[in-house]
Design a protein around this ligand. Structure first.
Ligand code: 13P
Ligand code: SF4
Length: 335
């Protein structure tokens, strides 16, 4: 059975019904493809994927999968990372326009200039960066292993951390390192989840746990609220998206306020259906993540598009830093 897709408008409306699911699965089988989906994808995509997870877990799966094709339902830097780790595989992203405002906040040229000002420093880049930036990087990290990555660097060595200022502040707090310099980039979605909004939501629901992604503008405010006694300290959890899922399974709270992209709520509600998960900011939706529609996935599998290519020299230079990221930290993506 074939789902109805208007080939002239491949990004248009396709119902994610049983016929769509059958066709997606059949095409994935024919292409020997594994379907990976980030936790911020729309629920239909999360449900059809072979694996749904955070950036680190998906990178590890991409590196170890036997499939000859990886279809990455996420944003471009994630698919690029998969290609860097698995250069001999075909890597497809259902819509190559799915970028990332955080990855756009530093260029390779800017990083080279920053390095020139700090000779001898070790460069740690968040995985939300382009392949060119990764090629200028010593170790990549994700939000679930950033603290472990920085802790693996000798204490007397200066560290340049880019591009996310809020994750950088979190790592600085956790490691207590004075010699960690942080680039002033941000993700427009997470930066918009602010402290006053979090404080108001927490005051209205004083028994709720707070799950906060370290990219959020409110992460520092959450710890301030805990420090002031406005929220009990053990209720504030700064977590990667994978870490949020583990915490959801363990929480004893009846409700949880979630500060991250709203796509995360789907996995959280599945993991702990008895808990009331609510977004701190329900407008926190990443337009790039949402470009991966059911229609785009179907088009990708039917036509083998959009193929992700990374210049081989750049990929070779980026590979060492990405491999170190995959090796450091706690397997499973939790914090
Ligand atoms: P994680 O899934 O690694 O927590 O990343 C969040 C994110 O913003 C990815 O774009
Ligand atoms: Fe990038 Fe932010 Fe979207 Fe994540 S949520 S992909 S960091 S723009």
């Amino acid at each position: 059975m074939t789902a109805h897709v208007d080939e002239l408008a491949p990004y248009g409306g396709v119902r994610a019904d049983a016929a769509w699911a059958d066709e997606v699965r059949g095409l994935a089988r024919d292409r020997d493809a594994v379907l990976l989906a980030h936790n911020y994808q729309v629920p239909e995509i999360q449900e059809i994927a072979d694996h749904t997870g955070d950036s680190l877990a998906l990178s590890r799966i991409a590196a170890s999968s036997d499939a000859s094709t990886i279809v990455f339902c996420g944003v471009h830097f994630m698919a690029e990372t998969a290609k860097i780790l698995a250069p001999d595989k075909t890597v497809l992203i259902p819509d190559a326009r799915a970028g990332c405002s955080l990855a756009d906040s530093i260029t390779a040229e800017q990083l080279r200039a920053w390095k020139a000002e700090h000779p001898g420093a070790v460069v740690v880049s968040y995985v939300n960066t382009t392949a060119e930036v990764k090629a200028e990087t010593d170790i990549c990290c994700t939000s679930s292993n950033a603290v472990d990555v920085v802790a693996s660097i000798p204490e007397d060595t200066e560290v340049l951390f880019c591009p996310d200022q809020f994750l950088g502040a979190h790592v600085k707090r956790e490691t207590g390192r004075e010699n960690l310099r942080v680039w002033a980039g941000e993700c427009h979605v997470h930066a918009g989840i602010n402290g006053p909004e979090l404080a108001a939501r927490a005051a209205a629901d004083p028994d709720a746990d707070l799950f906060i992604h370290p990219e959020c503008g409110c992460a520092t405010s959450a710890l301030y609220l805990a420090g002031e006694g406005a929220v009990p300290e053990d209720k504030v959890k700064i977590l990667s998206t994978g870490g949020m899922l583990s915490a959801a399974r363990d929480t004893t709270a009846n409700s949880v306020l979630v500060a991250t992209e709203v796509g995360m709520l789907h996995q959280l509600r599945k993991a702990a259906p008895e808990v009331d998960f609510r977004a701190v900011n329900d407008r926190a939706s990443c337009r790039y993540m949402k470009m991966i529609t059911p229609a785009a996935l179907l088009r990708s599998l039917r036509h083998g598009v959009d193929e992700v290519r990374v210049d081989p020299d750049t990929a070779a230079r980026a590979r060492a830093s990405v491999r170190r990221m995959v090796e450091i930290g706690n397997p499973g993506g939790g914090e």
